[in-house]
Design a protein. Structure first.
Length: 473
């Protein structure tokens, strides 16, 4: 057989655009997650490193390691991270390419920026006594904290608000609950929705309150160089105060790195939130499949390339897929970040630098679920029809009332009369007449319907709504 020729020529390089990006986060779905870029991009990593370095120099001045800085000089330092432009970041990346060290490139650039200013005399104090991890551990935690508080919590709270709104409107709308996929007993739509809102709200409030840590303890965690050069300074107190200034919790017992247990806990909070969204997406998919929720038709949209009638629940399906990707990456981070060979190795830096990817997939998921939920309406007619299709779902009430009267083994009695059978209203009335109950009790059961057998569902929904509202105050 003739040998097939292999084309060894490289394809021409394509410019980076939303159409040529490798990841959907920077390609197909860029617009949905673009707000995350100012937080998790390489550009912001550089800017935040400058913020840490600048504030460190100011803190050294306050500790009298550096001369007293005047107000204008402090303002200049604090402005560095804010005023850095993309062109500046590109120059820093070129320096990094030569040095093969990202934090050292920032330090070199910082020193250059002080030349020709009144701060030129403190150039040699830039980064003094720091290891790159002192800068990086604070940088990444600030990125996580700020992205969470400024983007994710508002996005998640907006979703909860929609769940609460619909739950309030449907708290009295009876529907059939299913366990194991089978008909169980009645509930209300509002109560089922408020369960998701309650679960999410608990996790969001924990995420909101959680305090990440920070460390400034030098090359191997002992503040060796600073202690030796400036023995009269209490460097442990200095470290605590400096970390506190960023709203982080000081960690002074470290190796070269700040151990990642706090970030792991933070990430696991996101994993739990994502698990709840996955549960919600799959339930909504089933409700739509069963026609319990109707999708709002948007003019001009196409549901299938060949079946004109279709309106697909693609928002919930997209959310489900993106959650899977996010949690797979989060799981990898949780599994690997806690391990650092001896003082440290570089794998953690590679991994944590990419935290924007699972965050991006999570954000995309939350927005898809929200958009999907805004496009559906309860189909009360179908929900009611399914609920009234089989009155055997009231057998629980009958056997509990018989237990109250100490009737022997009422569960087996009701199972014999109802298990595996579909009973209509008339059959249910006839069945009640056979039960060993008083006429008053039979009348009470006779007045019971699938639409009225909802227990405390309405009250529970109202309680949950109030608890969610109170938790946000």
């Amino acid at each position: 057989m003739p040998t097939k020729m292999i084309n060894t020529e490289r394809e021409p390089s394509l410019p980076l655009t939303e159409l040529t990006a490798i990841s959907i986060l920077d390609g197909r779905n860029r617009q949905e997650v673009a707000e995350l870029a100012p937080y998790v991009s390489e550009f912001n990593i550089i800017k935040t490193r400058f913020e840490v370095e600048s504030k460190y120099l100011i803190a050294l001045s306050q500790a009298r390691v550096v001369r007293v800085l005047n107000e204008e000089e402090r303002a200049r330092l604090e402005s560095f991270s804010i005023n850095i432009k993309l062109a500046d970041a590109k120059r820093i990346k070129k320096i990094e390419g030569k040095l093969d060290h990202d934090v050292k490139a920032v330090e070199r650039s910082f020193r250059t920026m002080l030349k020709g200013t009144s701060l030129e005399d403190v150039i040699e104090k830039v980064h003094i006594g720091l290891t790159s991890e002192d800068v990086n551990n604070i940088t990444y935690r600030l990125i996580l904290k700020r992205a969470t508080h400024n983007i994710f919590i508002p996005t998640l709270d907006a979703f909860i608000d929609e769940l609460v709104r619909v739950a309030k409107d449907t708290k009295s709308m009876p529907m059939l609950a299913r366990t194991h996929g089978q008909a169980a007993v009645p509930t209300t739509l509002g109560k089922e929705l408020i369960v998701f809102a309650t679960r999410l709200n608990k996790e969001i409030r924990e995420l909101e309150a959680y305090q990440l840590s920070g460390k400034v303890t030098g090359a191997v965690g002992n503040l060796n160089a600073l202690h030796e050069a400036y023995p009269n300074v209490d460097w442990i107190d200095f470290s605590k105060e400096f970390v506190n200034s960023f709203g982080l919790k000081p960690n002074i017992i470290t190796t070269q790195i700040n151990p990642y247990e706090d970030i792991i806990t933070f990430i696991q909070n996101y994993q739990r939130i994502n698990g709840i969204f996955l549960d919600f997406d799959q339930d909504m998919w089933r409700y739509i499949s069963d026609d319990w929720f109707a999708q709002v038709v948007k003019k001009g949209e196409v549901g299938s390339s060949t079946m004109p009638q279709k309106v697909n629940p693609i928002r919930f399906e997209n959310s489900e897929g993106n959650i899977g990707k996010a949690n797979a990456l989060f799981e990898f981070m949780v599994r690997t970040l806690s391990i650092s060979r001896l003082q440290r190795h570089l794998s953690d830096s590679t991994i944590i630098r990419d935290v924007g990817v699972p965050l991006g997939y999570s954000l995309l998921s939350y927005k898809n679920s929200t958009a999907g939920f805004l496009r559906v309406r309860p189909n009360e007619t179908e929900i009611t029809a399914v609920l009234n299709r089989d009155w055997s779902i009231l057998s629980e009430a009958a056997q509990i009332i018989m237990r109250k009267r100490s009737v022997k083994d009422p569960y087996s009695l009701m199972a014999k009369l109802t298990r595996g059978k579909h009973i209509g209203k008339v059959d249910w009335t006839n069945l009640i007449d056979q039960l060993p109950l008083t006429e008053v009790e039979k009348q009470r059961l006779g007045n019971l319907t699938p639409e009225t057998y909802i227990g405390e569902a309405v009250r529970l929904t109202e309680l949950a709504i109030n608890e969610i509202i109170d938790s946000k105050k």
